[in-house]
Design a protein. Structure first.
Lengths: 118, 114
């Protein structure tokens, strides 16, 4: 069974340019998460989706970041315009979530997209 | 709100030696606890989790952890490490009503020397 797929794996852009990351969760997983991982830090939640609804986006910097999960499957995270401080790894994770038991909330992580802003 | 503190940012150890990676959490409600491992340029992989029941939890790759409610700790242990255990380890917590919102510690880099 395929895990969480993310692309691209690496991205280098100049500041003020836009960038987008794509995530395909594990088939059948209703909950999708985007995390930001700065160098030397643990991941921090940016946004959580239940199907196509963003149920927790309190940590998403909405002035430059946006996300969508059309049809409740794949998701895209966008930054426009990118700043130097956005250089980090962006992780996507998914979980069954729908039944909301502890087991169903186990999160499976993708390999991440490493963004470098010059 | 919950928080996680990993007490050691780096832990060097020789191959076949035992290791303990320390994790403390704070929360006013019941918690679920996790340890994840991250190899270079890879995503996080779940090592083990505590949801309920026995406080001693066994995971993959010979790791185990013990939940200590009175000390609010969830330390990770392995009796004999291998070179391949070199990686970064993250402790994480979620509370019962947050349905999967994980709060991570800052990570501990385990380096196993030959």
């Amino acid at each position: 069974e395929a895990g969480v797929v993310q692309s691209p794996r690496y991205k280098i852009i100049e500041k003020k340019q836009p960038v987008a990351f794509w995530c395909n969760p594990i088939s059948g997983h209703n909950t999708l998460y985007w995390y930001l991982q700065n160098l030397g830090q643990g991941p921090e939640l940016l946004i959580r989706y239940e199907n196509e609804e963003a149920v927790d986006d309190s940590q998403l910097p909405k002035d430059r970041f946006s996300a969508e999960r059309l049809k409740g499957v794949d998701s895209t995270l966008k930054i426009q315009p990118a700043e130097l401080g956005d250089s980090a790894v962006y992780l996507c994770a998914s979980s069954l979530g729908y039944v909301r038991t502890s087991e169903d909330n186990e999160q499976f992580f993708g390999p991440g997209t490493r963004l470098t802003v010059l | 709100a919950q928080s996680v503190t990993q007490l050691d940012s780096q832990v060097p150890v020789f191959e076949e030696a035992p290791v303990e990676l320390r994790c403390n959490y704070s929360s006013s409600v019941s918690v679920y606890l996790f340890w994840y491992v991250q190899y270079p340029n890879q995503g996080l992989q779940l090592l083990l989790k505590y949801l309920s029941g026995s406080t001693l939890v066994k995971g993959i790759n010979g790791f185990e952890a013990e939940f200590n409610k009175s000390q609010t700790s969830f330390h990770l242990r392995k009796p004999s490490v291998h070179i391949s255990d070199t990686a970064e380890y993250f402790c994480a917590v979620t509370v019962g009503t947050s349905y999967g919102k994980l709060t991570f510690g800052q990570g501990t880099i385990l380096t196993v020397h030959p």
